[in-house]
Design a binder for this molecule. Structure first.
Ligand code: ADP
Length: 277
């Protein structure tokens, strides 16, 4: 299902004029934006219960660019969905952007997502019949912003992702890398605090993946974002400010300095683990 991140709150006019210079000076860089305690998630299936997390704990500070790695089926996407109020845990507390997302009803969760979260997925989920600028403007239109303003803001964001000259192109006419750049512009057009990206480069060739990651890095730094990136790409994970491996239902810190990662996946409390995915 396509979900557009959009914000309910009106934008500050200065920020609307100056997307590049926007900073979140109200928060010290080290204050945690995310605090997860005792997280559990169980699915009941015809073949028995799946217990994904074992009292998983997580703390992410404002401004971190965090990679989450782990084998397929480990629960990375589910974790991202819970953090972003798209899914509910079975147990535990999830404080995200000063909100206990486990306590939100459906409309509160939608408002929270609109206000705080920008999502990017492996597949761009742009609407192919609409132009790039219309796709980017859509979250603003969805919250009632006037069309001319929304399109002007979309144009600014297309500039930010280097696609000024592609605004009138239909999404279906763009390359994979361009589509993902448009998706990033759409994710950020409502100025969320948190960027959640689920395999954003997973459908791209390695060169394009590197370029899209560089763009994420630049947007992350330039807009004071806190970003979480689920990825199978070891090289890109190593370029984040922090990497965590989801294994055995818990998160394990992975050193990101020096690319010198050795294999020791036995103890979830130790910090040296494999990035093999
Ligand atoms: P990852 O992103 O690490 O590949 P996911 O979070 O997508 O893992 O899924 C983790 C596990 O949970 C998988 O085994 C998946 O089949 C299972 N799962 C996810 N959603 C559901 C669901 N709605 N019902 C049953 N099982 C599910």
């Amino acid at each position: 299902m396509t979900r557009f991140p959009s914000a309910a709150a009106p934008q500050a006019s200065r920020a609307a004029r100056e997307p590049e210079s926007r900073a979140r000076e109200s928060e010290p860089p080290s204050s945690p934006l995310i605090q997860v305690r005792g997280l559990r998630k169980s699915y009941r299936t015809a073949r028995g219960a799946i217990d994904l997390f074992k009292d998983l704990d997580l703390e992410i500070a404002t401004g971190e660019l965090v990679a989450i790695v782990g084998q397929s089926g480990a629960g990375k996407s589910t974790l991202l969905h819970i953090l972003g109020a798209l899914d509910a845990p079975t147990a535990g507390t999830v404080l995200c952007a000063a909100t206990d997302v486990t306590q939100l009803n459906a409309s509160q969760a939608a408002a929270f997502r609109n206000r705080e979260i920008g999502y990017v997925w492996q597949f761009h989920y742009l609407l192919p019949e609409f132009t790039a600028r219309e796709n980017v403007a859509m979250p603003l239109l969805a919250r009632g912003q006037r069309r001319a303003e929304a399109l002007a803001e979309a144009d600014r964001w297309l500039g930010e992702v280097g696609l000024t000259d592609r605004g009138e192109h239909r999404a279906g006419e763009l390359s994979g890398g361009e589509q993902q750049r448009v998706a990033l512009a759409r994710a950020l057009v409502c100025r969320p605090r948190l960027l959640l990206a689920d395999e954003p480069t997973g459908d791209l060739d390695s060169t394009t993946a590197g370029l899209v990651f560089e763009l994420i890095e630049r947007l992350h730094a330039g807009h004071g974002l806190t970003s979480i990136l689920v990825t199978h790409n070891q090289e890109l994970a190593m370029r984040c400010t922090r990497a965590l491996r989801l294994t055995g239902g818990r998160l394990v810190e992975v050193p990101v300095d020096g690319n010198n990662v050795s294999v020791a996946e036995t103890s979830p409390q130790k910090s040296t683990v494999s990035l093999t995915m």
